[in-house]
Design a protein around this ligand. Structure first.
Ligand SMILES: [Zn+2]
Ligand SMILES: [Zn+2]
Length: 348
């Protein structure tokens, strides 16, 4: 085969020898300018219709420039090297060295383009700005005050879970939090988010969930419902001392399936369905326990100094035990003292 341009004999590419082909053909190209919108609120960058987080502006600029490289049909880009230089606050010159393969030829080409940063607002931030939401979690308590520190703690848990989930999905966010009489409302971007967060609260605190929904509109031919999850925290929390059917119990564990009660007369523990504890009466907490000095002790009974009036009083042990101690933790209940079981208050 002969080159139609220089007449050289040998392999040809589109009727040209390798030298003439490379001289007359550019295998790769970039646009003169590449515009990259940057969200004014979250600083993410839009490249080819999608939004991404980058560690630096330069990284975003580099990515946008590289992705704008096109190449002739039948070629394969084997390597790209870039150099970014900032021209001013919004414009970056990107020089790109491309190694491209076409048939059995490997060609090095040099390209340059200017990446221009543009203002913008990503769809997620525009939804947040417009307070868009598909579900609400209403967190309330049952028959008791909702202390600020408990509120803050639960809200922080919700926020950190949403933060974690939002790293893998742009559709997950909190659009607003509202303080309400008796609790707070969290407005969420999606129904599935509301469902999973309220289930988490049920699992952790034995909360009861009531769900209600209203039609929001249609999206892609499907009906969209706005769902409200009323999360009712139980009247008791961990370490509370409650009375159920005239018997005192300690709340030893709380879960979605049930609550662990420790009978304060026998120190036996049992699991009770959360629904059966909706009307319990809280009479105190482990934190209110008093330290009582032990005077004498045998397997079945212990004589202590009542810490309220320093009079000796005999208490039957819940479980026969030979173990001797210098003091016991007691809780006054209906004129008697109850010995409380060993207890480790979980922090946090
Ligand atoms: Zn030639
Ligand atoms: Zn944004």
């Amino acid at each position: 085969m002969f080159c139609v341009r220089c007449g050289r004999d040998g392999p040809t590419y589109d009727s040209l020898c390798a030298v003439c082909f490379v001289k007359n053909n550019k295998l790769t190209a970039v646009p003169e300018y590449v515009d990259v919108p940057q969200c004014a609120h979250c600083d993410e960058f839009q490249i080819e219709r999608r939004w991404y987080k980058f560690n630096s502006v330069e990284e975003a600029v580099r990515e946008a420039a590289v992705r704008s490289v096109t190449s002739r049909k039948g070629t394969r880009i084997e390597g790209v090297e870039t150099g970014v230089s900032r021209q001013d606050s919004k414009n970056f010159l990107v020089e790109i060295d491309v190694k491209v393969k076409y048939l059995d030829l490997t060609v090095d080409e040099h390209l340059d383009t200017v990446v221009r940063l543009k203002g913008g607002v990503c769809p997620r931030c525009s939804k947040i700005q417009g307070s868009y939401y598909e579900s609400i979690i209403q967190v309330r308590t049952r028959g008791r005050k909702f202390p600020d520190e408990e509120k803050d703690h639960i809200l922080e848990e919700i926020e950190s879970k949403v933060d974690l989930l939002s790293r893998s999905s742009r559709d997950i966010f909190i659009s607003k939090v509202e303080e309400m009489p008796g609790g707070f409302d969290v407005y969420l971007s999606s129904t599935s988010l509301g469902r999973s967060l309220s289930k988490d609260l049920a699992d952790t605190y034995g909360a009861e969930i009531k769900e209600s929904s209203s039609l929001l509109g249609q999206k892609d031919g499907k009906e969209i419902y706005r769902v409200t999850y009323l999360v009712r925290l139980p009247s008791y929390t961990m370490g509370d001392i409650i009375v159920q059917k005239d018997r005192p119990y300690l709340i030893g564990g709380i879960g979605s399936r049930g609550t662990r009660l420790i009978d304060l007369w026998t120190h036996e523990s049992m699991n009770i369905d959360n629904a059966d504890l909706r009307s319990v009466h809280v009479v105190g907490n482990m934190k209110d326990a008093l330290e009582a000095v032990v005077l004498t002790e045998n397997e079945k009974e212990v004589q202590v100094l009542d810490p309220r009036n320093f009079k000796p009083v005999e208490i039957k042990k819940a479980q026969p035990s030979k173990r001797k101690s210098e003091s016991v933790r007691v809780f006054p209940f209906e004129g008697e003292l109850l010995i409380l079981p060993a207890w480790r208050q979980k922090e946090g």
